[in-house]
Design a protein around this ligand. Structure first.
Ligand SMILES: [Zn+2]
Length: 932
């Protein structure tokens, strides 16, 4: 076994998702000191962050909003388009790349302040800060953007503004998003929790909205007018309060639900249908001849073993291990931890059963810990390939999932014959399921790509796993599928995926699995699944003002066009979109209200209702509606909404819809909102000038990119590609909003300059010492200016760090200066080669030179490491990003890198689309529309 990321081998902290690092001068708040309390588990509490200046928000969009009042939108609109128009007129003249809209300027403005988080007062009615930079949401009675973001901060007054402009009115919600402690008055990173006992919270009798800061209390406090449906409610006697001279309830400051936009209620018993489960995890692990040689099996066992210390509510959590190849194996552990486990092979894989009473299979994480550790060590030996007499090439993954489901259902029946308790099943597989229940056949047809026939490939071959997923949802069971495969092994993931996606689980897929390259990522992915905040038995409903209607929800589960829906589970990484239709014309001074409510059970067996409130003033004109749009959220919404339908509509239609929406949005703006436009100019609304770039990034996602036509597919794709398409659909759908900005435009830092004396400044002189993730006086690196994400712009004499949030790439140009290599890169690599997935330093080759002079490590290489750690630390709520090493001349590595990172470049196959060409294509399509 080579280089597993176990306890001994890993050079990093055990809690990478915290991305917690103690910088020189920082107050040491080690994780151990805070982990005892569940509330603190994911966060670092900081006593120094108590000062709050709710109105100290610095607008970080100087080039947008500051000019808005002074300059007409038409004048500004043309700024972004001038370059493209020029190119149309002068065909030989290249577009000046620097003039095209990019998010770099805003990010540099933020980076310049090195980690000083802005404050966003939620009632400001400004477009919120990007989800990709640290900021503090100050809840002023409206939910903050870390939980809920609108495509536009105003609602259209005319019902058809939304349709006309192609700007859908909708929200992206991340209900269990992680936040920092300073965002709440009570200084803990949890929402205020309110308990009204058996009576439950006060709700509108007509629309069932929960009491919130926007309800108006009347008649001396005896009555309340609902802000959503206007119904005048009688206030229950024990919830009444006198009103002050401003008509406000006198107890307002004592009641979080009358003050804040986001809060939680304890659910009364009458809301609880089923007994609430303690956490149950069943690990279903592939021990076949495929799984072992690639190091997958060994890594899984190691990672589970070291993660068990960190799972939430471990005292009450139960786990069970099932392994499988052509049979399913169950383990009954003896009382004596050192005794031999009793293994039962179940050969009936068509209709599998549980061979032991369930209480013999389930283990208590804390109480049985010694037993578990000894067993896991033995498990590796038990399934040692060399000791196995017979190796079957078949794998019964479906049957193993079905058995795990039965086991959890039995666990529920222990309490009551009719009641179900739920749990989470983590399924690890290294090949296609070829035998027994749920077996599938590899299918792919490159000829169908980008045609109407493709949707057949994107639809499941049969409904076995859809039915199984429904049974799981009914039993509150959530399933994660984790695949590690040899290069392009077809597994018909289209058919199998619903068991994970429909139940609220994760679908993880490592193609061409290499333990050195992917072991670290696999480890942290398992860690994240087992340690993040989760909710089970989830019910979701969004309520909106009269005149508006919620028409659909979309997310990792696909599309749901109903008023409310249920999921087995939700976690802090998952987001949900919902679309609102405007039915009537609204009054000029009206305010549209939206209330999102999610009922769920915590891992500590409490049933809760989380409530988010959002107000949207009315946009009185189409132009005002355009101005109210939030580019980042709108891009995310438009892409995810279409992608969620890709399975039923096919990639071609999805792609066309995305482009048509964008063209129509820009066309109508040009026709109705912009003045004096020359046909030679591409007109982009100033606040939406990044929309084409973000759309382009999405179009390069494997699922909808057109570059895969048949002949290209044959050249570049020796194996199955449809699996990757499906994986990319779900990857995008489940991507948390905080990761989207990196997907839209990765951050490229030139690090050649970092070799100079460390540029650190101490933030002690800043008056407002509440700095978000950083404490006063803490040293932080000043980041170098961001570069354009294009290979053309990367100098061969420089080195770069490229962060797309999934990975951080260290890119070293061909002709980097020798001194830099000696002083920085070489010592950095010597110290950190394991972080790049190399088990031996001698494996690391540098531009043909394999011999390094051993070097103890320079200040400059320490600086580089600190910088990487700082980038990781600043991202809250994003999974740990491992490092990758890329050399300038290395074509194989570079290909993957170009495709995933440098979003301004063309794909390397047929040169479609560099950013410049894409803008020209949009311009042409808009002109065609104008002329037709
Ligand atoms: Zn109501």
């Amino acid at each position: 076994m080579q280089n597993p990321y176990g306890q001994e081998q890993s050079r990093k902290a055990h809690l990478p998702h915290l991305q917690k690092r103690i910088y020189p001068g920082m107050v040491d708040q080690s994780f151990d000191s805070v982990q005892a309390s569940s509330a603190d588990k994911y966060y670092v509490q900081d006593g120094q962050r108590q000062q709050q200046q709710p109105h100290g928000y610095n607008n970080m969009y100087p080039d947008t909003s500051q000019t808005q009042s002074q300059q007409s939108i038409d004048q500004r609109a043309n700024i972004g388009g001038a370059a493209v128009g020029q190119q149309q007129n002068q065909a030989n003249q290249k577009i000046q790349g620097e003039q095209m809209p990019r998010p770099i300027k805003l990010l540099n403005a933020f980076n310049y302040r090195s980690g000083v988080a802005d404050r966003f007062p939620t009632k400001s009615n400004n477009t919120p800060p990007s989800a990709g930079i640290p900021f503090l949401q100050i809840d002023e009675g409206q939910v903050g953007p870390k939980f809920m973001r609108a495509t536009a901060v105003n609602t259209p007054q005319e019902a058809d503004f939304s349709k006309q402009s192609s700007i859908p009115l909708g929200f992206i919600v991340q209900p269990l998003a992680e936040t920092t402690s300073v965002e709440y008055a009570n200084q803990v990173p949890e929402l205020p929790l309110i308990d009204y006992g058996e009576e439950g919270p006060f709700r509108c009798y007509r629309c069932k909205a929960y009491v919130n800061p926007n309800m108006t209390f009347l008649d001396g406090g005896n009555k309340a007018s609902c802000n959503l449906c206007q119904y005048i409610n009688e206030v229950p006697v024990n919830y009444q309060s006198q009103l002050n001279e401003f008509g406000q309830r006198r107890d307002k400051l004592q009641r979080p639900e009358l003050q804040y936009g986001a809060y939680e209620f304890k659910a009364p018993n009458s809301y609880i249908n089923n007994p609430i489960s303690n956490p149950v995890y069943v690990f279903v692990i592939d021990v076949s001849q495929f799984s072992q040689p690639i190091g997958f099996f060994h890594q899984i066992v190691q990672s589970i073993k070291m993660t068990l210390d960190y799972i939430q509510n471990a005292e009450n959590a139960k786990i069970c291990f099932i392994t499988y190849d052509i049979n399913i194996h169950f383990y009954n552990l003896p009382q004596d931890p050192n005794g031999e486990p009793n293994i039962l092979w179940v050969g009936d894989i068509v209709d599998p059963f549980i061979p032991f009473p369930k209480e013999k299979l389930m283990l208590r994480v804390v109480e049985d810990r010694v037993k578990i550790d000894i067993f896991l060590d033995k498990l590796i030996n038990m399934h040692n390939l060399e000791s196995k007499k017979y190796q079957s090439p078949f794998l019964c993954t479906g049957a193993a999932i079905s058995a795990a489901k039965q086991l959890i259902q039995m666990e529920g029946k222990f309490f009551s014959i009719h009641r179900l308790l739920g749990g989470r099943i983590l399924v690890f597989a290294s090949n296609i399921c070829t035998t027994g229940f749920g077996s599938v056949n590899a299918r792919d047809d490159p000829k169908a790509y980008n045609t109407d026939k493709e949707k057949t490939l994107l639809s499941p071959a049969n409904d076995t796993y859809i039915k199984l997923s429904q049974e799981c949802v009914n039993s509150r069971i959530c399933v994660d599928l984790i695949y590690a495969l040899k290069a392009n092994t077809p597994i018909d993931i289209t058919t199998v995926a619903p068991i994970a996606t429909f139940t609220g689980g994760d679908l993880l897929y490592y193609n061409n699995f290499d333990i050195n390259k992917h072991g670290e990522k696999l480890h942290y992915d398992i860690f994240r699944i087992l340690t993040r905040t989760q909710g089970t038995e989830v019910a979701i409903k969004a309520r909106v003002s009269t005149g508006l209607t919620v028409t659909e929800y979309f997310g990792g589960f696909g599309v749901k066009d109903q008023a409310d829906f249920e999921l087995s589970a939700i976690d802090s990484d998952k987001s949900i979109g919902f679309l609102i239709r405007s039915d009537d014309k609204l009054n000029e001074d009206a305010i549209a209200h939206v209330q999102f409510a999610i009922m769920y059970s915590t891992q500590f067996s409490e049933r809760r209702i989380r409530v988010f409130n959002y107000c949207l003033p009315v946009a009185k004109s189409l132009n005002a509606y355009y101005k109210a749009a939030d580019c980042e959220t709108l891009s995310e919404f438009m892409v995810k909404k279409e992608i969620a339908r890709a399975m039923s509509k096919g990639a071609k239609v999805t792609r066309e819809n995305i482009i048509n929406n964008l063209v129509n949005l820009l066309y109508v703006y040009r026709q109705k909102c912009a003045a004096q436009t020359s046909p030679s100019q591409l007109v982009l609304p100033d606040n939406l000038k990044l929309l084409p770039l973000y759309t382009l990034s999405a179009l390069k996602s494997p699922v909808i990119s057109t570059f895969i036509n048949f002949s290209q597919a044959l050249r570049m794709l020796p194996g199955c590609k449809i699996d990757e398409k499906i994986v990319s659909i779900y990857r995008l759908l489940k991507m948390p909003p905080s990761q989207m900005p990196y997907f839209f435009y990765p951050r490229v830092y030139k690090i050649t300059d970092l070799g100079q004396p460390v540029r650190i400044f101490i933030l002690m002189t800043i008056q407002d010492s509440t700095l978000g993730q950083y404490a006063e006086g803490q040293e932080v690196m000043q980041k170098p200016l961001l570069c354009i994400a294009s290979m053309e712009k990367l100098g061969t004499q420089d080195a770069y760090l490229i962060d797309n949030s999934e990975y951080i790439y260290l890119y070293i140009g061909n002709n980097v200066d020798d001194n830099f290599i000696y002083n920085v890169i070489q010592s950095f690599l010597i110290l950190n080669y394991q972080a790049f997935g190399y088990s031996n330093f001698s494996d690391l080759k540098f531009n043909g030179v394999t011999t390094f002079v051993p070097y103890e490590g320079s200040d400059a290489s320490t600086t580089l490491w600190n910088f990487i750690e700082q980038i990781r630390y600043e991202k809250i709520g994003v999974a740990y990003a491992p490092l990758r090493l890329i050399y300038g001349g290395d074509t194989t590595n570079e290909k993957e890198f170009v495709e995933t990172c440098l979003v301004e470049d063309s794909m390397d196959i047929n040169k479609e689309f560099p950013y410049t060409d894409f803008l020209c294509m949009l311009h042409k399509l808009i002109r065609n529309k104008t002329q037709s």
